[in-house]
Design a protein around this ligand. Structure first.
Ligand code: PAF
Length: 283
């Protein structure tokens, strides 16, 4: 049965008891509006741990655009049903005051090694600091053994990995592959805001990434980026960036032969919704 806890102190006490019994805890932080991608993370965590904890918290500090925060889908009752159906043990659904007792304006700058200064970081100022801040706070509350995140937010994953290492937080980070809709569009809570037509047409993002991967054997990153930007720049789509980066440092790749791990990452606007996606080209 799904146990829903809303108070941080109650959850910490509950988990400490479970850990005293020697149980291994897996944790999936989310902002709700759950889809197959989240459920895949939960199912993986269930296989690899004794207790699975999911948090649902729409974190205000990671939204640089107030309208995006307002429009973010909130579907708690439906999420609870989905969580119960896949056998989640605990849902943590806190209020803003419990996560930020001193208010959301109180900054908690965490050094992210410059990984936050590229791609998403240049278009969403402060976003990753908000993400790092909330993930750190959630980890303090939950104290899991393993943390599960999706490859769809590749930069987020890389940044959290950096934070865990630099702050020496004793949790094992696990990455799970992108889950896609039938037409290839990466699953996202924001997809529900698209018209049926745009949602179908959005397959162009996955198709472009696949084509870039194929062409990466013979074309240089600079040419690949130009090719992808052109292909994605067709109404109703407007690409914000298409970057080919080193998978560890997130620095731009000039010559594929000089890197062992290369990822293509993109953000594309359609109908006022910003979609992100990526594909590992090498490594
Ligand atoms: O990926 C998300 O849903 C959010 O950025 C996260 C990790 C739950 C932090 O709010």
């Amino acid at each position: 049965m799904l146990l829903t806890i809303t108070r941080a102190s109650e959850l910490t006490k509950h988990i400490q008891n479970l850990k005293l019994q020697g149980l291994k805890v897996g944790f999936i932080p989310t902002m709700g509006a759950l889809h197959e991608g989240h459920l895949k993370l939960i199912k993986t965590a269930k296989r690899e741990n004794d207790v699975t904890v999911v948090s649902i918290f729409v974190n205000p500090t990671q939204f640089n655009d107030k309208k995006d925060l307002e429009k973010y889908p909130r579907t708690l009752a439906q999420d609870q049903q989905q969580l119960a159906a896949v056998g989640t043990d605990i849902l943590f659904a806190p209020e803003v005051e419990d996560i930020y007792p001193s208010g959301t304006e109180v900054g908690a700058d965490i050094y992210l090694g410059g990984l936050d200064a590229v791609m998403e970081g240049t278009h969403r100022p402060g976003h990753f600091n908000g993400v790092a801040q909330v993930v750190k706070r959630l980890l303090d509350i939950v104290q899991p053994d393993q943390l599960y995140m999706g490859q769809k937010d590749f930069q987020q994953f890389t940044i959290i990995n950096y934070m865990l290492k630099s702050l020496q937080i004793p949790v094992k980070l696990r990455i799970c592959p992108i889950v896609r809709e039938k037409n290839g569009l990466a699953m996202s809570s924001r997809n529900v805001r698209l018209s049926a037509e745009a949602r179908e047409q959005a397959k162009v993002i996955f198709n472009t990434l696949k084509s870039v991967k194929q062409k990466s054997k013979t074309m240089a990153p600079e040419q690949l980026t130009a090719y992808a930007m052109k292909r994605l720049n067709k109404p109703p789509f407007t690409p914000e960036y298409f970057d080919i980066v080193d998978g560890d440092t997130l620095n731009p790749v000039v010559n594929m032969d000089q890197h062992s791990y290369v990822v293509a990452c993109t953000a594309v606007w359609v109908e006022g919704v910003r979609l992100i996606d990526n594909m590992i080209l090498k490594g």
